[in-house]
Design a binder for this molecule. Structure first.
Ligand SMILES: NC(=O)c1ccc[n+]([C@@H]2O[C@H](COP(=O)([O-])OP(=O)(O)OC[C@H]3O[C@@H](n4cnc5c(N)ncnc54)[C@H](OP(=O)(O)O)[C@@H]3O)[C@@H](O)[C@H]2O)c1
Length: 293
């Protein structure tokens, strides 16, 4: 299969490239800057040019403006990247006969539900990031017949900055850290998600899917577990969101139900604790490699 990935230098896109190559796919890795093939997803004619040359079977869009708080002050950029660009990609896919897999987010929900969100639940984003991502979903479904939209959440993984690596960096030099304990989600390993996306492609999946690791946690749970696995003595103190104000409003509960994914692929997502353990082992190996004693 020929697969073109956008945002291939990012946390998720990087892993998607590795998984697809492992499946024997011909992979075109694109991103805004080299060494990937250069493709700016806001440039509709560049997209059309590349897709008509490469003729991929699937395009997986991992590029986005992912700075949730930054979106509050850079609304125009958020809509360019998260709403208009996915529409450009979807239209270009439709023109060349490629299928389109687009990544979206749990932040399309307002977080007021007490049980996991299903794909049929009403969206009601409360931040510019969430609103721009929801507008992107709509642009996709209006522009192409064969699309998959995968909503995910709370990503961690080796490529680039993420909540877990940030917490470990801070905790290393402190006796105590405070972490929010009233927002719930499912921490998700970028490698597990990349495998799941490839499974959805194998299943010729169409429509909206929720994909995240199994089980739920607060940011405090995730931070405490990561600190413990690394063996740091830092005390992790739970605090309410009200004690940690941020520009963008986050959903309080955005746990996603992955039942539809399992029904389609026959696979269960791994529990987040098991995947966090794998990530921390990798993190420690990398840390020791770059900080030899
Ligand atoms: N991270 C999470 O916790 C999370 C949670 C839910 C959903 N998601 C969704 O998952 C997807 C992947 O997220 P991620 O965390 O892997 O993102 P990421 O690490 O920020 O990667 C995004 C990639 O897109 C590139 N990019 C930026 N502007 C571009 C443009 N105009 N054209 C082409 N590429 C461009 C970025 O390059 P630069 O780095 O040079 O800007 C980066 O390499 C996104 O759709 C995101 O909304 C993520």
């Amino acid at each position: 299969m020929k697969i073109l990935i956008t945002g291939s230098r990012g946390l998720l896109g990087y892993e998607v490239g590795i998984v697809c190559e492992g499946q024997g796919d011909t992979v075109f890795r694109t991103d805004i800057v080299p060494p990937s093939l250069q493709l700016d997803i806001t440039d509709a004619s560049a997209i059309r040019g590349m897709l008509s040359t490469m003729k991929p079977d699937w395009v997986i869009n991992c590029a986005a403006y992912t700075d949730v708080d930054g979106c509050e002050t850079n609304e125009e950029l958020a809509y360019q990247l998260n709403a208009k660009a996915p529409g450009n990609l979807a239209r270009a896919c439709e023109e060349v006969g490629a299928k389109f897999l687009h990544i979206s987010t749990d932040y399309v929900f307002d977080g007021s539900k007490e049980v996991p969100y299903t794909e049929n639940d009403e969206t009601n984003p409360t931040s510019v990031y969430g609103k721009s991502k929801r507008a992107g979903e709509i642009a996709v479904l209006e522009s192409i017949e064969h699309y998959s939209i995968v909503r995910t959440q709370w990503l961690f993984g080796p490529q680039g900055k993420n909540f877990v690596s940030t917490i470990l960096k801070i905790a290393k030099d402190r006796d105590k850290i405070t972490v929010v304990n009233d927002q719930w989600g499912s921490p998700t390993y970028s490698k597990d998600l990349a495998k799941a996306l490839r499974l959805l492609i194998d299943s010729n999946a169409q429509g909206v899917y929720h994909v995240c690791n199994r089980g739920k946690a607060t940011w405090y749970d995730l931070a405490r577990k990561a600190v413990e696995l690394v063996g740091l003595q830092t005390e992790v103190i739970p605090v309410p969101t009200s004690e940690y104000p941020r520009p963008a409003k986050r959903p309080l509960n955005s746990v996603l139900s992955t039942r539809r994914f399992t029904e389609t692929t026959g696979k269960l997502m791994p529990a987040w604790q098991i995947s966090l353990d794998k990530y921390i082992k990798e993190y420690l190996m990398e840390y020791r490699r770059s900080n030899p004693v």
